[in-house]
Design a protein around this ligand. Structure first.
Ligand code: CUA
Length: 356
């Protein structure tokens, strides 16, 4: 194949890829479509450092091309040597000072943003303001627990937050290291076993509207075979709506089941599942005892097991063979093989668990 043709093909391929990949950003998932103060600041820093790097590359390339053309050997001037500038003080000062200036331009906003984004004083005050919302995040082998300590409420997999205010997070893990990440809202932070990390995020209401009020959250630290499936969802709602939700959660009682099939499901649940899964949002057990997701508002959730679309069919699939959905999960093997009838009954019961 002719060389120019091959080059042209490569060029076309990269152009098409650039176009297609540029379309990948979704408002609920993309770092490049920031939906809050933290993500905004971080994107600005990324753009600033990219701009500086591009500027350096462009200037160096122009000088390089100019020098190559200007000083190449010409016919009849084979023995001519251009003026030598080695040891030129002015030049040496110029190319030492320019990088220093560039680094200062990069360092000042970076250091400032680093301190702003790490400011968690309001959450650590002896007496916290009533409006300061704190969420304890606990990462576990392939599921997330969200505790609202000031309200005594626990939920899992779906984080609910108010928009247009800072929400403060305590982050930790109960088994191995994970990392808490809501790409559209802000950079990731590790959840460790040995210490608690803290940071804050802000969820923009207008951007939340655009994203359908749901942002996607991820585990960003390789933690096992189902690491890539360790997703969670964030419902970002106006403060008023959040208050209503938290009230409902605070006052949710043990569900009263009337449907006969669901009733049968409840019996199976109380025999095989309740040792790990709670069905009320107020769970006083210590966290070591909370070994599985709280299911109080399971019927209101966005996903089954964090990843499958929320419908009965997928729930049955998960209950029958969790291993096929999330390899290495801790539920596999904790109960015997369920009959189709039992699965149907459990599904009916679990889907009836709602607070909304
Ligand atoms: Cu948890 Cu990756």
């Amino acid at each position: 194949m002719k060389k120019w043709l091959r080059n042209w093909r490569l060029f076309s391929l990269f152009s098409v890829m650039a176009l297609l990949l540029a379309g990948c950003g979704k408002p609920f998932l993309s770092t490049l479509q920031p939906a809050g103060e933290v993500a905004d600041k971080q994107l600005s820093l990324m753009l600033l450092s990219t701009a500086i790097m591009v500027l350096v590359i462009v200037v160096v390339t122009i000088i390089f091309v100019y020098v190559v053309i200007r000083f190449r050997q010409r016919k009849g001037e084979e023995n001519k040597i251009p003026k030598q500038v080695e040891g030129n003080h002015t030049l040496e000062i110029v190319w030492t000072v320019i990088p220093i200036i560039l680094l200062i331009i990069l360092a000042v906003p970076t250091v400032k943003a680093t301190f702003d984004l790490a400011d968690v004083t309001p959450m650590n005050k002896e007496k916290r303001d009533k409006d300061t919302l704190v969420v304890n995040v606990r990462a576990n082998l392939y599921w997330w627990e969200f505790e609202y300590p000031d309200y005594g409420v626990i939920t899992s997999q779906d984080l609910v937050v108010p928009t247009d205010e800072r929400v403060y997070f305590n982050l930790k893990a109960s088994d191995v290291k994970h990392s808490f990440w809501i790409p559209a809202i802000g950079g990731k932070m590790d959840t460790n076993i040995e210490n608690k990390n803290q940071f804050w995020l802000e969820f923009d209401q207008k951007k939340a509207d655009k994203a359908g009020n749901i942002f996607y959250g991820k585990c960003a630290e390789l933690c096992g075979p189902s690491h890539a499936l360790m997703d969670f969802k964030v419902k970002a709602v106006p403060r008023e709506e959040f208050n209503q939700w938290i009230e409902k959660m605070k006052n949710a009682k043990k569900p009263v089941v009337t449907d006969p099939v669901a009733k049968q499901g409840e019996e199976i649940f109380n025999k095989s599942c309740i040792g790990c899964h709670a069905v009320t949002p107020v769970d006083k057990r210590p966290e070591q005892a909370r070994t599985a997701p709280n299911l109080a508002n399971f019927g209101d959730r966005e996903r089954i097991a964090g990843i499958l679309e929320h419908n009965e069919e997928n729930l049955k699939k998960w209950l029958k063979d969790p291993e096929s959905v999330k390899p290495g999960n801790k539920m596999t093997g904790t109960y015997g093989q369920l009959t189709d009838e039992q699965v149907d009954a459990l599904t009916k019961y679990l889907m009836s668990l709602k607070v909304e």
